[in-house]
Design a protein. Sequence first.
Length: 382
Amino acid sequence: MKEHNHCQYDVTIVGSGPSGTVLAYELAQQGCKVLIIEKNKLPRSKVCAGGITVRASLLLPFDFSQIVEDVIYGARLSYNFKLKKTRIYDKPLAYTVMREKFDYHLVSRACEAGVTLVEGVEARHIDVDRDRVLVRTKSDTFSSSVLVGADGSNSVVVQSLGLKQGFEYGLALNSHISLDKDKALEWDGLLGLDLGIPGGYAWVFPKQDCLSVGAGGSFRVARRLKPSVTRLIQAYNLGSVDPRLIRGHLMPLRRAKTPLSHPRVLLVGDAAGLIDPLSGEGIYYALKSSYLASGAIMRFIKGEAADLRDYEAAVDNELMPDLKAARTIQKINSAAPYLFSHLLNENDRVWRAFCRLLRGEKTYVDIKNFLSPPLRLIFRYF
Ligand SMILES: Cc1cc2nc3c(=O)[nH]c(=O)nc-3n(C[C@H](O)[C@H](O)[C@H](O)COP(=O)(O)OP(=O)(O)OC[C@H]3O[C@@H](n4cnc5c(N)ncnc54)[C@H](O)[C@@H]3O)c2cc1C
């Protein structure tokens, strides 16, 4: 087994999704020698609806307009597959992308910034020494000063270091449906959101020549998800999909205080369980956690911090209050999906708050604070 020169890299990142590539880019910009190890050959596919909210897009350090499939301005809102209302906002809410193109775009920008990519190589085990971290693959061992687990929901870094306590799991499914041009035009700029699943929802996300149709929610509603996808396809007369092509993935959800770092290792994105429990949006938190990680890693490398543990505190302070508020809203939605759907359909302030959340002009904590005192009490009990 070969060992790649001792501490040849300052930082090794396992995984080339949005969290790993944007972190790699940021670190390379600050003069670090960075290696990404990716188990798939790129571009690789990824089970995802491909929605990049405006708040997530604002965190990207480079342009991605050339791979945007559609710009979203509104939504067709349905409840139990009956259309209630189409709502439009006066500014963009989100962009849609094909994940294989989007992730390849990000990794290409990172490589242009000087990051080394080793693709088609799976990290199998992690060992942490006093002054370095070793990543073992089938035929090599890579050594660096710091290691980042950006390897998604089945993270080998999490498993190797026993950092898994305190995660819960949601589930989401997605499929792609090809469309003729006229039908595709009917969805131009519009999401489809069916809010009849307690604590979850089914969606349509428009792309240039196809639609992503899927559903997600907590494990309690797992059995409803696949039938919801097929019913939404029927409700909008979108044709049919082979049920075997409806692909699913677990969504790890972190609770506050769950460990995310070791003296020389930290976790970002899905590996850290940083996913919005209400919407399933993960890319925004993947990027947010990457920026927090980059600060902690630079302080450690420059000798300003003894280890990477202040990353965990930063996640707890800056991301967890919002994720906790989102979790509470998700529980309210679980208990009363009709109320949730009704408010979004009929209450302009709720609709505007939702839009401003997607645009990054409001947080879940703002929404919680904005609710009238009796409703705010609900947050105490969920
Ligand atoms: C059905 C579904 C729909 C979704 N829709 C949206 C959406 O519309 N918008 C949104 O914001 N979020 C969505 N999400 C969540 C989003 O996909 C994730 O939050 C996001 O991809 C997290 O990015 P990441 O970089 O942390 O991990 P990932 O994107 O999962 O990247 C991890 C990378 O690590 C690699 N890897 C894994 N193990 C190893 C290993 N041992 N060695 C080397 N490499 C390894 C993988 O191949 C992969 O490239 C959805 C999720 C699901 C399941």
